[in-house]
Design a protein around this ligand. Sequence first.
Ligand SMILES: Cc1ncc(COP(=O)(O)O)c(C=O)c1O
Length: 383
Amino acid sequence: MSVSRRGLFEVLSRAGTQSATARAPLPSAPPGVTEIRISSNENPLGPGKTVVDAMMTRFGEVGRYPFNNLTANEANLTAAIAAKQQVKPENVVLAVGSQELLRNAVRAFTSPYRHLVTAAPTFENCTKVASALKHPVVEAKVDSAFKLDLESMLATVRGAGLVFVNNPNNPTATVHGIKTITDFVERVHRVSPDTVIFIDEAYHDYVTDPNYQTAIPLAMAMPNVFVARTFSKAYGMAGMRIGYAIGQPDTIKPLERLRMPMTLSVFTVGAALVALADQKHIDDERARNTAVRDFTMKAFVDMGCKPTASQANFLFVDIGRPAQGFRDACAQKGVIIGRDFPPFENSHARISIGTMAEMTKAVDVFRDILRPLSPSNAGKGGN
Ligand SMILES: Cc1ncc(COP(=O)(O)O)c(C=O)c1O
């Protein structure tokens, strides 16, 4: 079994040396070179016009606190999210991006005696927060298909405070179907009934695999399970900073308690309300992303580099060399790609999906840089 048990000692030695949010700066393009920024899994087109228009109408409200406002602020949005997800307002917790949920889930549910179970690689914020708090972390390396290794995770859940399940998983872009997720959640409950399971569906709107479905109904049916969503990806609102959690009231109450009051600005709430009502924008974005994703995946395959089976708006590609050198070479040509993702930093790069025009140019850059790689070397990454 490929569980890498990160013992207390390793976690403690890392604690205090890194900030829970610190991230090495990405390179930028040289002066005069037009940048293509495909590094943070954003929607390259941003939100729709109706969303921007909605924000413009909110200027008159900025002098008041949200509870003194013309329009009720967070309460309206909570109700709109509940209606959209067919749950009740008490099943929803708002957040300043889903990162607030990642942080507060670790604060609420882990301790020096109750570890975090997570994957390697996955979105690393929970691990960073747990390490900063000196709470133990157990990581299970993804399987040979770059999917979350749920069997390995299950082997480590007894007594855990929190299990982080990112589906689709960032950075590997792979997804588990709802049957597999349901089976995993039920087994965790049997082995360790008090353990909370956090299912992060940040990339939900980009999935095209018919076996995938949201775990929101599961979170509604079972205690100690919640799902997080964000407006930062398909909705194109990463700069607005808004996300939410859904689960049974008793499960999500600790997340509500740890929130700062009134964190969402009138602009953010106004934008989110309109965005929620515009399902066409999301459907169009999914279709656009799928077409550009297919184009980019094929380009890498033609270069002899294997991408994982992406179900998101980014690719995880075996470039057969360290990501850092590739990233620096791309930046020199104006193409900015994602950070390192241990334990695959010597073989894989994460590339977000931009517009078709951006990816057509980016693929030319990738081809240029990867050209010296003979097909016999491709795919022989260090991990
Ligand atoms: C899996 C995952 N969860 C959460 C986040 C954080 O998103 P937000 O902008 O909602 O804080 C990201 C951002 O990239 C992510 O990839």
